[in-house]
Design a protein around this ligand. Structure first.
Ligand SMILES: [Zn+2]
Length: 240
């Protein structure tokens, strides 16, 4: 009788052998099979730049279709006693941006805050402060994405219940793109993309301005605050 983890590896290899015969193009990163969740010591030893690089490396695996295999059921059990995530990601709610997969990360690796248009408010800033100051995360990463419906809605000045006040938070990014030469409507993908990118930068600046806790941590090198853009056509994340 094989121990649990070895048995998982054998079963996975059998599945992959079968899948490989069915589809030669299938690529999965078998080594290492990630079983453990991040420990406090591992979290402490990482610098903000290393965390950012790990996310970029994970995204490249996502893009190439070689996601790391994880034993989620074991990770769930291991994570019971605590969590030491590397980063807090602020993303849009868009169903086409599965944050953990996009960075090839698993249980215990990331805090994730999601809200339409990846805007901030007091509660999200509080969540970021908890993640970094109290729970040791080293990176705040705001990720906007191509074809964002929330940004299009803000450009169109959509009014609907509570959505109106959310979309109003995107207006500063639209104002930053006032100099854009061309059709400034949601029908123009180039203009929409300009606002998506401006919105990430506005959000990053607002985090620094509205959270003295995080601004101080960034100033003394404990954390990094950065923005990124998710290309929906390729899955590629680029740092802005
Ligand atoms: Zn969106």
């Amino acid at each position: 009788m094989l121990p649990g983890s070895s048995r998982v590896v054998v079963i996975v290899r059998q599945i992959l052998d079968f899948a490989d015969k069915k589809n030669q193009a299938m690529i999965v990163n078998l080594e290492p099979l990630i079983e453990r969740v991040l420990s406090e010591e591992e979290q402490k030893s990482l610098t903000p730049d290393q965390v950012l690089q790990q996310l970029i490396d994970g995204n490249r695996r996502f893009v190439s279709g070689s996601l790391t295999l994880r034993d989620h059921s074991k990770q769930i059990r291991d994570a019971i006693n605590g969590q030491y995530p590397k980063a807090i990601i602020l993303s849009c709610i868009d169903s086409r941006v599965p944050v953990e997969d996009v960075f090839d990360k698993g249980i215990g690796d990331l805090f994730v805050a999601r809200v339409a248009g990846n805007i901030i408010n007091e509660d999200i800033l509080g969540s970021m402060e908890f993640s970094c100051k109290l729970a040791g995360a080293k990176l705040v990463l705001v990720i906007g994405h191509e074809y964002c419906g929330a940004i299009k809605g803000a450009i169109d000045n959509v009014k609907l219940g509570n959505l109106s006040s959310l979309l109003a938070k995107v207006q500063p990014a639209i104002e930053q793109c006032a100099h854009y030469q061309g059709e400034k409507t949601s029908k123009n993908p180039e203009f929409v993309d300009s606002v998506i990118r401006a919105n990430v930068k506005v959000t990053v600046d607002a985090i620094r301005q509205r959270s003295p806790v995080l601004a101080e941590m960034e100033a003394n090198g404990t954390i990094k605050i950065a923005g990124a853009y998710y290309d929906m056509d390729t899955g590629l994340v680029s740092i802005l």
